[in-house]
Design a protein around this ligand. Sequence first.
Ligand code: NAD
Length: 340
Amino acid sequence: MRVAVFSTKDYTRNYFARINARFRHELVFLEPRLDAETARLADGFPAVCVFVNDHVDAETLERLYAGGTRLVALRCAGYNNVDLAAAERLGMRVVRVPAYSPHSVAEHTVALMLALNRRVHRAFNRVREGNFALDGLVGFELRSRTVGVVGTGRIGAAVVDILSGFGSDVLAYDVQPNDAVAARGARYVPLEELLAESDVVTLHCPLLPATHHLIDAEAVQRLKRGVMLINTSRGGLVDTPAVIEGLKSGRIGSLGLDVYEEEEALFFEDLSGQLLQDDVFARLLTFPNVVITGHQAFLTEEALTAIAETTLANIAQVERGEACANTVGSAPVPAGRQVN
Ligand code: NAD
């Protein structure tokens, strides 16, 4: 099928082009993000391929439809950026990649924990400056600490596995507790107890109305003093100004983020030549006990391969007129398993 691939980066092109040798779709890689303005670039393409920050709202879908597009292939799990009602009204198919190496995100989560805990970001800079002093670099062993995992789906469960290997005491919270996770030694407790008892809290639930600002000012007050907070899930789970207050008061001892509520204006682009306009993000960058990565937890060879394979297979199935299990909308995701 002829596919306009929006928001293309080198890593997208490399993996999609290589794996497409088997599928033989006609892929045209485009750098711009998809929105109502750029939709005309897909004129004449029966399919578009999009990523997390493309704007697939009603206006964009209508413009795509007018240009002949009938398939939106998301190369990610989340579909919160797609107006599914508009797609259904227009009769356009939406497919996605529901799972691709949860271990990639889980390992990055633990990388943030270890970097913060052992002050790797500070040590790296000091040594480069010829400063070998160790003051301020005292860490702690994860082996002897309590880690609270909020959301124990695919990624949360993989985090529990890694932490169990470290010997951490793992507390878990999920609206749908998972027996297999409990069997690995995690103890399910109410959220309030998890927040109060954990030395490290890591978020792995989807962004839903029920989880929006799960960590707000009230939750920050419930946290154990000096806690490490990690969010590799979605920025909207955290009320950033409340967390900044928590950092200033010392309630939050350290913060590791791979996602940020307003990341759309920042992430995935090289803005190093521009002035940072987001004052909240700028404030986060001033803390020595904050490490932020730009939504890269998924970025491994394994995950990129799986994303390309599933996306291209989804498109092939739709092209052949077959049912595609990864269709969004007509194949509803079980409650509590929705990924954003
Ligand atoms: P999943 O669907 O397998 O698991 C999500 C879990 O959250 C489920 O067990 C569900 O029951 C639970 N949950 C739902 N509502 C909840 C609530 N109110 N409170 C507590 N738990 C709740 O999803 P996954 O594959 O493990 O992905 C988790 C999240 O990771 C995704 O939603 C996505 O936002 C994020 N993610 C981030 C990256 C990245 O690169 N940073 C990549 C992929 C996914």
